[in-house]
Design a protein around this ligand. Structure first.
Ligand code: ADP
Ligand code: GN1
Ligand code: MG
Length: 367
């Protein structure tokens, strides 16, 4: 095993002795490792090298995560839950910090590994989608009275006006000369620019309120109980920010409802599964109906299109920019992702009337 990783792991306040440290997960941004400890009765841990190019203020990010997990744990205990399984537990360093800065300037953080859980890359059943929706609804509900300040560590993260500024600059610069080969894909973005800005102006003017939200709710960022299959814990809290809760619903719909993979090269496999859409929405609204405003409710279905559109833009922009943001497995990977996400967007557009009807029908149960 890599001795550097062991040395890094040993910087943290770990219960027991480190046995192995090995890579884990499929994330596009950070590098994730599992720390296994020697004894059966000591927990295992997750170790992450945080991406310092994307997260430019990791101390503030970790402080955000600490505040949010402390709040969640208080709520979980009050509900009679298990606060070490239903919320992340950040493991500090032996010096008492929330992160470790190594000699190369890399930032590391650790948390307890939650055992006997299942994580999924795709939502194959409506039951799983229902549980995922319930998990995000509950997460938002538990944070509805969170009043501490959070640092905006990713300004403009799901703000399409900000994304268009980046987009316009990236296209003007054309760093690697790829603009000319993606004229058709650029057209997909431009055709919908005004519609997306119209929606975002409702957030800018406060018609749609701002809350503490997760902002990266794809299915592998939530853990399910390995025995019961019920939702257990929302993980990957790097992007916890003040934003609209529609981001979380929309991003989950982008991930859960896709009948293909996010980067499917076979576009015939990609579509929006309306049964999964319905099941997630039922799970989400079973918790969120209590706090959503009528304006938020009205735009739930649209938010799925909004976030999927934004993801098409982000993948295409990164392709044009020479693949500097997302990890890629081939030179065309971001373009493959762009086309697959666009196919999903088209499927949502084709089924939009049904999506709106389903949201309305479920909400009427709570009226
Ligand atoms: P990334 O930023 O790379 O997406 P994540 O925090 O989402 O990293 O972790 C990657 C994967 O590791 C998750 O999808 C999940 O399967 C697993 N994982 C992460 N944290 C935990 C944890 N605390 N307990 C159990 N499994 C975890
Ligand atoms: C990234 O870190 P990960 O893999 O969970 C990205 C999300 C994208 C997602 C696309 C900080 O998520 O915004 O939607 O990839 N995270 C960041 O799969 O940019
Ligand atoms: Mg993740």
């Amino acid at each position: 095993m890599n001795t550097d990783l062991r040395a890094i792991a040993e910087q943290f306040r770990i219960d027991g002795d480190v046995r192995t440290v090995r890579p884990l997960g499929e994330g596009f941004i950070n590098d994730t490792f599992l720390i296994e400890t020697e004894a059966d009765n000591t927990p295992n841990y997750i170790l992450q090298r945080k991406n310092r190019h994307i997260f430019t203020d990791i101390p503030a990010m970790m402080e955000n995560i600490r505040r949010v997990t402390d709040h969640l744990k208080t709520k979980i205990k009050a509900r009679g839950g298990d606060s070490r399984r239903e919320a992340l537990t950040v493991t500090p360093t032996k010096a008492g910090e929330l992160y470790f800065l190594d000699a190369e300037g890399e930032y590391w953080a650790a948390c307890e590994f939650i055992a006997d859980t299942a994580a999924y890359q795709q939502a194959d059943t409506p039951e799983l989608a229902f549980q995922g929706g319930k998990g995000i609804g509950l997460f938002q509900a538990m944070l509805a009275d969170f009043r501490e300040p959070l640092t905006d560590i990713l300004p403009g993260f799901h703000n399409i006006r900000y994304r268009f500024r980046q987009w316009d600059e990236t296209l003007a610069e054309d760093r690697v000369g790829r603009v000319k080969e993606v004229a058709r894909e650029i057209g997909w973005i431009e055709e919908r620019r005004e519609e997306m800005l119209r929606f975002w102006s409702l957030v800018e003017t406060g018609v749609i309120p701002t809350r503490v939200t997760h902002n990266d709710t794809k299915i592998n960022n939530i853990l399910f109980d390995g025995k019961t299959g019920e939702v257990l814990c929302v993980i990957d809290l790097d992007t916890v920010l003040s934003a609209t809760c529609l981001n979380d619903y929309g991003d989950a719909m982008r991930s859960y409802t896709n009948t293909g993979a996010e980067d499917d090269a076979d576009l015939d496999r990609v579509s929006m599964d309306i049964a999964i859409f319905k099941a997630y929405t039922e799970g989400y609204l079973s918790e969120a109906h209590a706090f959503l405003t009528p304006e938020e409710a009205e735009y739930l279905a649209f938010s799925a299109r909004y976030i999927t559109y934004e993801q098409v833009l982000r993948f295409l922009m990164d392709y044009i920019d020479g693949d500097r943001y997302y990890k890629v497995k081939s030179p065309e990977h971001n373009l493959v992702r762009t086309r697959a996400q666009y196919r999903l967007l088209q499927s949502m557009e084709a089924q939009y009337a049904d999506m709106q009807r389903i949201v309305k029908e479920i909400l009427e149960r709570y009226a």
